[in-house]
Design a protein around this ligand. Structure first.
Ligand SMILES: *Cc1c(COP(=O)(O)O)cnc(C)c1O
Length: 383
């Protein structure tokens, strides 16, 4: 093994999650696979061909560089939607490659129109509306001007979609706000349609909205976290499961993060382990040295806190997590040996280290933990 750890991506888990999402939204709603943040840490290059093989034909990314990587990774053409950063110089490239993109500023709308004219192509735009998130999106005044522009440039500008994004659909605390956003969106879309601006797709839903607010599904859903097998929040999960007869999580995690025991070490009772004095051996101990540390995203805050799996058994991280290694207590694991597999995240035998437990321990959200899995750990696909 060249690298000190690697991340497995499970194809069958992805197929399971996509099948579940499709069963929720039905056949008439398009599923866009959100692969921003390096496919939530799974790796755009590894994840997107897999998603295509599982039937995905529409991807959403944040920025042009992600779109470029995606384009180079997928064997078949698929629709690519850029939801965020696209600088005007990259517009030419985007339009040339039939990329679709969010537009939330007049400047971009003007540039898109000019570039489309220059290229003799149509720019496929998704008009993003400000409905109460206050991040990106046209407010009323700007929208009025955008409409004028759209009306006078119908040949260059193709209104592919009208969209918005909810400010926290994963928490009931935001219930009223989400409903107000939905109302505002629906009112504005109705008005735009009356004015002759007919989008092919109306879309608003992320994972949480899709599952908790079916009205938000419309023509397309933009699903990120749930395709990777995680719920947007514990609340979204309990709300969903309380309405089901079968109380089993329908989603499966895709990632297993694995390493191996690099070395074993006997420690006499009373000695301190690793840097400093944070852990003193309460008895004679056997430690496994695992070649993963905070340089690969195994958080230092998991010092004396984290757990890993060895031979199907939980083993505690002892002492501080170093830059490249950590020490694990394997005293009570019989037959433990050098080169034994160590699971940092995911399943081994009957046991599993969940992203949530890992996340809570290191006070990172599911989303954050996944996307912080570093690029320099190799990803490999398993069935
Ligand atoms: C990230 C994102 C999504 C997907 O969110 P999930 O909660 O991961 O499903 C959808 N739409 C937009 C605009 C986003 O930025």
């Amino acid at each position: 093994m060249l690298h000190s750890s690697y991340i497995e991506i499970s194809k069958s888990a992805l197929q399971n999650n996509i099948d579940f999402i499709r069963s929720e939204i039905g056949p008439d709603v398009l599923l866009s696979s959100v692969v921003k943040g390096n496919a939530y840490g799974h790796g755009i290059e590894q994840f997107t061909p897999l998603a295509q093989a599982c039937g995905i034909n529409h991807f959403s990314v944040f920025s042009a560089d992600e779109a470029d990587r995606l384009l180079k990774s997928i064997p078949r053409p698929s629709t690519i939607l850029i939801m965020g950063y696209l600088d005007n110089p990259e517009l030419e490239w985007a339009i040339r490659h039939d990329m679709e993109f969010f537009v939330f500023e007049l400047d971009r709308l003007q540039e898109a129109s000019a570039m489309a004219t220059k290229l003799g192509k149509r720019a496929k735009i998704h008009l993003e509306l400000e409905t109460g998130m206050y991040r990106t999106g046209f407010d009323k005044a700007a929208l009025a001007r955008a409409e004028t522009l759209l009306a006078s440039h119908r040949t260059e500008l193709e209104l592919q979609g009208i969209c918005t994004h909810f400010a926290g659909a994963e928490s009931m605390q935001n219930h009223e706000r989400v409903l107000r956003q939905l109302q505002k969106y629906n009112r504005q879309v109705a008005r735009l349609q009356q004015a002759g601006h007919l989008p092919r797709q109306r879309h608003t839903a992320c994972s949480a909205a899709m599952i908790s607010y079916p009205d938000t599904r419309m023509d397309m859903v933009r699903v990120g976290i749930m395709q990777y097998g995680l719920w947007p929040s514990p609340e979204t999960y309990s709300r969903y499961i309380s309405q089901q007869e079968e109380k089993k999580d329908p989603l499966q995690r895709l990632v297993n993060w694995k390493s191996r025991i690099m070395s074993l070490k006997s420690v006499p009772k009373g000695e301190y382990i690793g840097y400093g004095t944070s852990f003193q051996a309460p008895r004679d101990m056997v430690l496994a040295i695992v070649p993963v540390g905070y340089a690969w995203g195994y958080s230092r805050s998991l010092s004396n806190q984290g757990q890993v799996l060895v031979r199907g058994t939980r083993a505690a991280v002892v002492g501080t997590v170093n830059m490249n290694v950590m020490m694990v207590d394997v005293t009570d694991i019989p037959d433990v040996g050098k080169d034994d597999e160590v699971v940092l995240l995911g399943k081994q035998g009957e046991e599993s280290i969940t992203v949530a437990s890992f996340g809570e321990l290191s006070t990172q959200l599911n989303y954050e933990l996944l996307t912080r899995l570093p690029l320099n750990i190799p990803r490999c696909v398993i069935e």
